[in-house]
Design a protein around this ligand. Structure first.
Ligand code: GDP
Length: 440
């Protein structure tokens, strides 16, 4: 995420390296590079210009403390201004109303339907909501099916009316149905078009007028850069929406949309989408995003995601098993599955300070665990529970069955044994004897 912007900003800060203090001249040089980096990231030129002017004013107005180098101070000022540019503080989704009615708007392909599913899942698990998803895209039957599939995955009902071509009627009927069935959250997915068109705008404005939503969320593909900002402006002029959802931030998006949208439409970014899976949603925090843009990682989000995915009961059970030396390949497999649920591995790693850059050219993806999983899946239930029975013949069969080779199977079993030994020591408080493990 934002790798190129991160690299260029770092390069511009390097211009201050070795400089004893901040002067008009070295600030001007640095900020010229910062501005270029922002423009290359597809940030609107007016925003890039005013951004660097503010940074310049702040930098020159600072009393340079002896303890802080000019380069470090500049990073701090740019960081704070990036966060301010993106809205300063995070803004929650409005959950007033019973039912709370949320209307989704955006172009076709922006990720509106996917996000509707993500939001329903998020508000169900985080806020204890009982959602109803509503399919108001009357032009594409496939869109209704897509929403139904998403609904099934997260166990949320979907309201649709096959053959009814009037989205206003459908939305109204859906809210009535939610009230009757005690559903306290209605998420209305509307039709998008490939580009802004008058019909679409009229239609969604009519839905808005008819159902008076508590919250209108505008969904936009962050990969489209300046176009995303222009589309946001047109939708906002027409609908006066409440918040922006930036999707596809997991791709190699340059950052322009994330940085410009807030100041152009003056509406907060509320969530970002970071993948196709239904868990891939992050609440938008301007400070944390600024950390990521500057390659400082985002440990707070990483920990939060881990907490979301890891089940405390399961962790306690695992600890008991470890103490009794009953940790099996099945437990190992379920650990891998939990890690995978946290999202794309490269994105996760990039949340660790300094890691983003180190991993830039390294190819790690969700397939990183594929061989390990294939090997474990090729074991019989007995072998998974009692790895001690894995003799040569069994290992050979597993290698063949999983499409790997005997060395890989041996390596995994060795790693598993070592992990088990080490974890047992830690969990039974024998960590002091760790040296025993090293063979001395
Ligand atoms: P809609 O036409 O606006 O409803 O868009 P969809 O929800 O159908 O999404 C269009 C495509 O983008 C689908 O292939 C989604 O899987 C994909 N998509 C949606 N959100 C994200 C995201 O945050 N990251 C990535 N990589 N893909 C996404």
């Amino acid at each position: 995420m934002f790798e190129s912007l991160n690299e260029k900003l770092e390069r511009s800060f390097k211009l201050l390296k070795g400089q004893g203090k901040i002067t008009e001249i070295n600030v001007a040089e640095t900020l010229k590079e910062v501005r270029r980096a922002l423009l290359d990231a597809d940030v609107n030129y007016k925003i890039a210009k005013s951004f660097t002017e503010v940074v310049k004013e702040k930098a020159l107005g600072q009393d340079v403390l002896n303890a802080v180098k000019p380069g470090q101070m500049m990073v701090k000022i740019v960081h704070d201004e990036l966060a301010t540019l993106m809205g300063g503080t995070s803004v929650d989704v409005n959950l007033q109303g019973n039912p709370t009615v949320i209307l989704m708007a955006g172009l076709q392909g922006s990720g509106k339907t996917t996000f509707s599913g993500k939001l329903a899942k998020f508000l169900k698990s985080k806020k204890g909501k009982n959602p109803l998803l509503v399919a108001c895209d009357v032009y594409r039957p496939a869109a209704i099916d897509q929403l139904k599939v998403l609904g099934e995955q997260i166990n949320v009902p979907v309201y649709s009316e096959v053959g009814n071509m009037n989205p206003v009627e459908i939305a109204k009927a859906a809210i009535k149905s939610a009230k009757a069935n005690g559903q306290n959250l209605v998420i209305v997915d509307t039709a998008g078009r490939l580009a802004i068109d008058e019909e679409m705008m009229k239609e969604i404005a009519a839905v808005k007028a008819a159902i008076n939503p508590n919250e209108i969320l505008f969904v936009v593909d962050s990969m489209t850069g300046q176009d995303a900002v222009n589309t946001a402006k047109e939708f906002n002029d027409r609908l006066d929406f409440d918040g922006v959802i930036l999707t596809k931030l997991d791709g190699d998006t340059r950052g322009g949309a994330a940085l410009s949208i807030r100041s152009v439409v003056n509406k907060p970014i509320k969530f970002v989408g970071t993948g196709e899976k239904l868990e891939a949603l992050d609440v938008f925090h301007p400070e944390r995003m600024a950390d990521r843009i500057l390659g400082m990682g985002d440990i707070v989000s990483l920990v939060e995601r881990a907490q979301e995915q890891f089940d405390a009961d399961q962790a306690r059970q695992l600890q008991k098993k470890l103490a009794k030396n009953q940790f099996s390949f099945n437990d190992f497999l379920s650990q891998i599955q939990q890690i995978k649920k946290m999202g794309n591995l490269k994105d996760l790693a990039a949340m660790i300070p300094g890691m983003g850059k180190a991993l830039k050219d390294i190819d790690i993806d969700d397939d990183a665990f594929k061989h390990i999983e294939a090997i474990i899946h090729s074991m019989t239930p007995d072998e998974r529970e009692n790895p001690a029975i894995l003799n040569g013949t069994r290992r050979k069969r597993i290698a063949d069955g999983s499409g790997t080779n005997i060395q890989e199977v041996n390596r995994l079993i060795k790693q598993f044994d070592d992990t088990r030994k080490m974890m047992r020591m830690v969990s039974t408080g024998k960590g002091k004897n760790m040296r025993g493990l090293m063979g001395n």
